[in-house]
Design a protein around this ligand. Structure first.
Ligand code: TK8
Length: 342
């Protein structure tokens, strides 16, 4: 009997050691698993957005001890904003950073950022985007298989065209303006008498070059770095919409990252957000000065800007219901809160 018990104890010991060892081997393998993030954007490699992604890459690769590699692609090499979002949904790409406008057809609430003049300045935009309002919209992306990490900045959008100088809404009459693929942008230019055409960003330069469209609207840095002055003669500081970018990752890919690596990615996202905003604002101001040497730049007075705000005010009524009056009012209240403090 004693011999049987000794044998049983020995078998149990061997089994435990084998299991523990196996568990240890499995645990060690998981701790060494490596990950590759393929990330694409539409702007080129001189943009503040790409430089911010390079900073994000540096932080992630360093703080994951090399367990995560980030491969970056720019200039719509992997597709336009909508196509890259669809690639995240399909699992064929891990990250992208579109403007919020092309997100709106996927998630209604994002249309609130397309309401003309809803943000009076960058500080108010930051205050809303980094509040629970912005976080709720980031969380809403999980409904379409995407995790929204943080907001970066595209910036205030300025009109360019190659037909005439624009100083009043009447000057926009009949202009074929390319817009992002978003109904509110179309409505805003239509209400001013323009002839807007939705188009992916990657097709824009050749459309301007071939006069398929007369004009477009983007922040100063994009206008300068995408060489639009080669095909556009006039620009005006309309500042009609503030465009956020959303730094996003495929939800399934995020869910499969170990918790400590999720922390590394989120930390890098937050640090690169702050870096991006500072850099983007600095470069947009610098590029406006550069543009004054190569384009006819019309600088509107506050009163003249107000004329564009009044000319597009109908768009609010037209879309507040669709977006949800609660969300529109919440954003406006948050903006008022910021303006009252600053
Ligand atoms: C780049 C676009 C671009 C946007 C546009 O991917 O489409 O005009 O302003 O920055 O997101």
């Amino acid at each position: 009997m004693k011999r049987v018990i000794v044998c049983l104890v020995l078998v149990a010991l061997v089994a435990t050691t084998a299991f523990a060892g196996g568990q240890g081997e499995e645990g060690a393998a998981a701790a060494e698993e490596t990950f590759t993030i393929t990330a694409g954007i539409g702007l080129n490699d001189k943009s503040a957005q790409y430089q911010s992604f390079e900073y994000f890459k540096e932080l992630v690769e360093e703080n994951s001890d090399g367990r995560i590699t980030v491969d970056l692609y720019h200039s719509s090499q992997l597709g336009d904003d909508r196509e890259m979002m669809e690639a995240l949904q399909l699992g064929t790409q891990e990250m992208t950073c579109p403007s919020t406008a092309p997100i709106a057809p996927f998630v209604d609430g994002y249309k609130v950022f397309d309401l003309p003049f809803i943000f009076p300045n960058e500080g108010a935009a930051d205050y809303v985007l980094d509040s629970e309002i912005g976080q709720d919209l980031l969380d809403d992306l999980s409904d379409i298989g995407i995790k929204g990490l943080v907001y970066w900045e595209n910036g205030f959008r300025q009109l360019t065209n190659d037909v005439r100088p624009v100083r009043t809404p009447a000057d926009v009459e009949g202009l074929k303006v390319r817009t992002m693929e978003n109904p509110i942008h179309l409505a805003a230019w239509q209400t001013m008498g323009a002839n807007p055409t939705p188009m992916a960003f990657g097709e824009l330069f050749s459309a301007l070059q071939q006069d398929v469209v007369d004009g477009q609207e983007n922040p100063w840095g994009t206008i300068y770095l995408q060489n639009f002055p080669e095909v556009q003669q006039y620009t005006t500081n309309t500042g009609h919409v503030y465009s956020p970018f959303v730094l996003m990752i495929a939800q399934e890919y995020w869910d499969n990252l170990p918790a400590n690596l999720q922390d590394v990615v989120m930390d890098a996202a937050e640090k690169s957000r702050d870096h991006n905003r500072d850099l983007n604002r600095k470069l947009n101001a610098e590029y406006l000065e550069e543009l004054k040497d190569v384009m006819e730049v019309t600088i509107l007075s506050n009163e003249e800007k107000m004329a564009f705000q009044e000319a597009t005010s109908d768009v609010y009524e037209q879309y507040s219901e669709e977006i949800g009056a609660d969300l529109v009012n919440a954003v406006r209240a948050k903006v008022d809160e910021y303006m009252a403090q600053n």
